[in-house]
Design a protein around this ligand. Structure first.
Ligand SMILES: Nc1ncnc2c1ncn2[C@@H]1O[C@H](COP(=O)(O)OP(=O)(O)OP(=O)(O)O)[C@@H](O)[C@H]1O
Length: 211
């Protein structure tokens, strides 16, 4: 599988122009705090007013803002926020079903629940979940929209070593069984060992050519 992504634009005074081509399916974008990792993901997801993006997976142009900007809900891009952002007033199942209308019809809420081993959690609310469980719900919510690319912002943040080891197989399941292309952003080298197949280094809003 090959993955080519590019996003450029600005967030306030910060300008960025970040892109890569990779023969891998799981690419990590790494770099120091403030270098633009999250901004890059936001650009790809359409969450910035002043940015454009382009995504190619194998021979398919999945997204191209060149002529006309694609709205967030038509981007076929799943996003798991660093701080998870589940809807607190909804149950686990309602959280997952929320993104369902924006995707295709193959991946159902039930399949997302199965994939993330969330059977039995359907009626629970986010406040009653552990950090790792909440991350699995956030992954299931992203999956239920049937994305063609998954964006993960610091997927293990806030989890200790034991909990990281418990969450990792779920991400590997998406990578190796579902074959879902993913870009993860991280400042922690351990994340790269766990799931990344390729690494892109970023500094000051651009890819670091010397890395
Ligand atoms: N809402 C905002 N308005 C204006 N500038 C912002 C905003 N959010 C972030 N920035 C700026 O954009 C730049 C890139 O920030 P970004 O969050 O993408 O970095 P990062 O590499 O993800 O950092 P970290 O690892 O600390 O999360 C920073 O210089 C930051 O100050």
């Amino acid at each position: 599988m090959s993955l080519a992504c590019h996003a450029h634009g600005r967030r306030g005074d910060f300008r960025f122009d970040i892109g890569f081509e990779s023969p891998s399916q799981a690419v990590a974008v790494v770099g120091p705090s403030g270098c633009g990792k999250t901004t890059f993901l936001h650009g790809l997801a359409g969450l910035l007013a002043e940015s454009t993006a382009r995504i190619r997976i194998d021979d398919a142009l999945v997204l191209d803002d060149g002529m006309k900007r694609t709205p967030v809900h038509r981007r076929a891009v799943g996003y798991v926020f660093q701080d998870i952002r589940l809807f607190p007033h909804m149950t686990v199942e309602q959280n997952i079903a929320f993104s369902r209308p924006y995707g295709g019809d193959e991946m159902t809420v039930a399949q997302a629940l199965d994939l993330m081993d969330l059977r039995g959690y359907e009626r629970r609310r986010p406040a009653g979940l552990s950090g790792g469980e909440a991350r699995r719900v956030a992954l299931a919510r992203a999956l239920a929209a049937r994305p063609r690319l998954l964006l993960l912002d610091e997927p293990f943040t806030g989890l200790d070593v034991k909990r990281r080891e418990r969450l990792a197989p779920y991400l590997l399941r998406l990578r190796d069984e579902v074959r879902l292309p993913m870009i993860l952003v991280s400042h922690d080298p351990r994340d790269l060992d766990l799931i990344a197949e390729d690494v892109v280094r970023v500094a000051g809003g651009v890819v670091d050519a010397n890395a």
